[in-house]
Design a protein around this ligand. Structure first.
Ligand code: UDP
Ligand code: GLC
Length: 396
């Protein structure tokens, strides 16, 4: 079965890293079509996944665009739509990975008429989308998608609450290869030395810098912790949130935290850095759809504290496999950080339990199997009864 994946982004967000894991599994019979150049393309090439950038025109549908603006932007994208329509004739199924790629892919698919699977990775709510864009996404998914995969039950529930058809949906969690998160204790000690972290209690935050990822909450929490507690902020502003980055630096200056906060920017060595932390803090201020960093911390055998909302509630059982704290609550976050520092054995036991849980519940093999089965069933359903009989064996 040949799969055409579509993603509008060229940067490495969680949606793209998750697509990479799935596309790697299908690399002999897929193409990833991107709508921007960037590090995502480079990484796909490194992993020998066929990739093509389909346009050099940027897709400027903003969060607060009106319905009309969104459509007029799409009108400018006519050549891209035609290109996808032509390309998709060579594929059995189209799988879109972002809202923008879903809208464009669905329009192209009016011509090519393939089963269209949308991998919905965002919580569709007013926190992240204008009413107009919400309506466009939900309507197009309802009318044009053969299936809507969601990355958590929370994402699924939000889709249905926004008017999405429940019967289209199926939850498939992100999957991970546990062996990719193993690091040696020597490497960890060296990294801590290089970063000047010896003798410190290190709290890591591994998210792109964006207001809703809540790095400011962690900075505030530091003011309620002893001076040996420091924060590593790993990640960059991927979608133009430079103003927030400036605010974070300003907050560090105002709170006198210069020697307690390190901004490391976007890093490719996340598992090594996580292993060098004493605790990983996830601080999103709006419900996180899934939260790859949470499972990654578990696989690095590091204790995790996270915001109690969205898909996170499906990942962590509080006090058993991590800790949950309310969104925007720097005092409660600081309390967990301090407890974790005072009781390292209890924290290590929680991290161990989380590791066991995550290596089974979120293994990439399970994710890829579910995904492949779903696609195979759709392609079979799409055939005429005669074709099913003659082609069934070949497709499966
Ligand atoms: N990540 C990374 N380098 C960084 C910061 C983050 O590779 O400097 C990765 C991180 O390991 C995770 C992904 O980016 O796999 C973020 O995914 P998540 O689902 O946590 O959040 P998203 O950014 O997709 O909302
Ligand atoms: C999106 C979500 C994130 C999720 C990722 C992978 O980027 O914001 O929560 O983990 O997709 O599905």
């Amino acid at each position: 079965m040949k799969i055409l994946f579509l993603d509008h982004s060229g940067v490495l967000g969680g949606a793209e890293l998750s697509l990479l894991d799935i596309a790697r599994y299908h690399r002999d019979h897929c193409l990833v079509g991107l709508m921007a150049e960037g590090p995502f393309k480079t990484l796909l090439e490194q992993e020998r996944v066929p990739v093509q950038v389909l346009t050099n025109q940027s897709i400027a549908v903003q969060r607060d665009s009106s319905l009309w603006q969104s459509f007029s932007n799409l009108r400018q994208l006519f050549p891209l739509i035609v290109k996808i329509a032509q390309l998709s004739r060579d594929y059995d199924v189209i799988c879109t990975n972002t809202q923008k790629s879903m809208v464009i892919g669905a329009i192209a698919n009016l011509i090519s008429r393939r089963p269209l699977v949308h991998y919905l990775r965002d919580i569709l709510s007013a926190d992240h989308f204008s009413q107009a864009n919400l309506r466009i996404v939900v309507t197009i998914a309802n009318v044009c998608a053969t299936k809507v995969i969601t990355n958590s039950k929370a994402t699924q529930a939000a889709f249905v609450a926004a008017g999405g058809r429940a019967e289209l949906t199926e939850v498939i969690y992100n999957g991970f290869l546990p062996e990719r998160f193993k690091t040696s204790p020597t490497q960890t000690t060296q990294l801590r030395q290089q970063l000047g972290l010896e003798g410190r209690f290190v709290v890591g935050n591994f998210s792109r810098l964006s207001p809703w990822k809540g790095q400011h909450v962690l900075l505030e929490a530091l003011t309620h912790c002893p001076n040996n507690v420091v924060a590593l902020l790993v990640g960059d502003a991927l979608f133009g949130e430079q103003e927030y980055v400036d605010r974070l630096h300003q907050q560090v200056a105002e709170l006198g935290l210069h020697d307690r906060v390190k901004f490391l920017g976007f890093r490719a060595d996340v598992s090594e850095l996580m292993s060098a932390c004493d605790l990983v803090a996830h601080t999103s201020t709006s419900p996180e759809p899934f939260g790859r960093v949470i499972v990654e911390a578990m696989l690095c055998q590091r204790p995790i504290v996270a915001t109690a909302a969205g898909g996170v509630l499906e990942l962590i059982e509080s006090n058993l496999t991590g800790w949950l704290v309310p969104a925007n609550d720097a005092v409660k976050l600081a309390h967990v950080i301090n407890e974790c520092q005072i009781h390292p054995e209890a924290a290590a036991a929680i991290a161990q339990r989380a590791y066991q849980h995550a290596s089974q519940a979120f293994h990439l093999d399970g994710t890829c199997q579910k995904f492949a089965q779903l696609l195979a069933s759709l392609v079979i359903e799409d055939l005429s009864p005669y074709d099913k009989l003659s082609n069934g064996a070949k497709i499966l």
